[in-house]
Design a protein around this ligand. Structure first.
Ligand code: HEC
Ligand code: HEC
Ligand code: HEC
Ligand code: HEC
Ligand code: HEC
Length: 273
């Protein structure tokens, strides 16, 4: 009897000791679902200076956010530390200045085409900017019109033409943001906004491919065309505003009529009382 009690007692204690471990084991798969750190980051991350720096810069980038890691740009084997930087495993190294557009252009094909055809692309290797001059190499963030600023664009020439491009694009950007806000408000109320959203998405994509040709006249002309489309979407929204107003007015009218009717009935009853 006593012996059995002790066994139960001991088992209970063992269980009490083990249970946190079981809990830990049960929750482990969730933690293990994170992809293991690639060898490029393990090794470079532990190094000082220009060899370690890219890891810190890359961590806050739009590429890190989208899973574009070291090997996606530089090639190499991210799983085998001993052969990671072997050319046999596709390692490309760091590109020279003139090779940068093709290096980035493997993924950003349309942008590269526009760039190569532009005054900037034609001046590649002869004082023109590369992708990295404007976007950085490891700390690339979401592109906005703030990239066009006096400090950055007057490094090589006057800011005047850049200012004109920014002004044309800023106006269009303002229209896009305003329309986006109005569509979002209707969507929030449960109105079907799919058609409007698709229209804006297409226009926005066209707009964001505009910059890299850096041709003031072309940007102005294209901006006018894009603004034409945006005005059409704006007209549709205004029509939607008006039909909503009418419905609200019709609703208010109905209520007034009912109130009048009630008042009339009340007065009628009073007269007969
Ligand atoms: C075991 C450590 C280690 C690993 C793993 C490693 N690197 Fe390196 N890497 C270095 C060192 C050290 C240097 C600088 C000396 C040199 O160029 O060999 C370097 C240099 C580089 C350079 C600069 C080369 C140049 O031409 O200037 C790039 C780019 C690079 N590594 C990318 C990668 C990528 C991508 C991976 C993963 C596929 C990777 N590294 C894995 C240690 C490592
Ligand atoms: C979006 C593409 C891209 C990604 C992702 C990227 N690199 Fe680079 N890296 C470049 C470019 C471009 C250069 C050449 C930079 C230049 O000339 O300004 C470069 C240069 C380097 C160099 C040489 C630096 C020097 O000063 O000589 C090292 C080392 C390096 N990268 C390591 C890494 C590591 C490690 C990672 C991952 C954490 C990484 N890179 C991710 C594009 C990238
Ligand atoms: C002279 C500066 C400059 C150069 C050179 C440059 N860019 Fe850009 N890039 C910009 C600006 C400014 C924008 C933002 C335009 C906007 O908001 O519509 C941008 C936008 C982008 C975008 C976002 C486009 C989109 O569809 O949303 C990508 C991707 C990009 N650049 C990649 C590149 C690549 C790759 C290269 C080299 C082939 C390059 N850029 C060269 C300034 C530059
Ligand atoms: C392996 C493919 C790949 C390479 C190489 C690459 N990128 Fe990207 N890049 C992406 C992806 C994926 C995104 C995130 C999705 C998007 O916005 O298109 C992105 C986003 C960007 C953006 C932000 C776009 C936006 O919407 O605002 C810029 C700017 C950019 N990259 C510039 C560069 C530059 C500069 C290089 C070269 C140093 C480069 N990329 C190399 C795949 C790549
Ligand atoms: C690294 C140097 C450099 C930087 C930085 C630079 N440019 Fe340029 N840019 C050039 C060169 C070189 C030319 C061709 C010669 C010329 O027209 O001045 C040029 C030409 C231009 C042109 C005239 C294009 C044409 O077809 O007439 C515009 C517009 C322009 N750049 C806008 C910008 C903007 C906007 C920025 C900043 C986002 C910028 N540049 C940053 C070097 C640069």
């Amino acid at each position: 009897m006593r012996c059995r009690e002790t066994v139960i007692h001991v088992t209970g204690r063992v269980f009490a000791l083990v249970s946190p471990l079981i809990v830990a084991l049960l929750t482990l798969p969730a933690a293990a679902a994170e992809p293991p750190e690639i060898v490029c980051i393990q090794c470079h991350g532990s190094m000082p200076g220009r060899i370690g720096e890219p890891v810190k810069l890359w961590k806050g980038s739009i590429h890190a956010e989208n899973g574009v890691a070291c090997n996606a740009c530089h090639g190499g084997d991210p799983k085998d530390a001993a052969n990671a930087m072997s050319p046999a495993r596709g390692f490309l190294g760091a590109p020279k200045e003139t090779a940068i557009p093709a290096f980035c252009g493997r993924c950003h094909v349309g942008v590269m085409k526009d760039y190569l055809a532009s005054a900037h692309g034609k001046a590649l290797g002869k004082g023109g900017p590369t992708c990295v001059t404007c976007h950085g190499n490891h700390q690339v963030v979401k592109a906005t019109l703030d990239l066009i600023n006096e400090k950055s664009c007057s490094r090589c020439h006057s800011y005047e033409r850049a200012r004109l491009i920014r002004a044309a694009m800023q106006e269009t950007e303002g229209m896009i943001v305003a329309i986006d806000t109005r569509i979002a408000a209707y969507k929030g109320e449960g109105t079907d906004t799919e058609g409007l959203e698709k229209g804006l998405f297409a226009v926005r994509n066209r707009f964001h491919t505009l910059f890299h040709n850096v041709d003031v006249e072309m940007v102005k002309k294209e901006s006018a065309g894009i603004q034409g489309y945006l005005k059409k979407i704006r007209d549709q929204l205004t029509a939607l505003d008006n039909s909503h107003k009418k419905r609200k007015l019709a609703g208010a009218g109905g209520i007034t009529a009912m109130l009048l009717l009630a008042l009339f009935a009340h007065l009628l009853r009073k007269t007969y009382d």
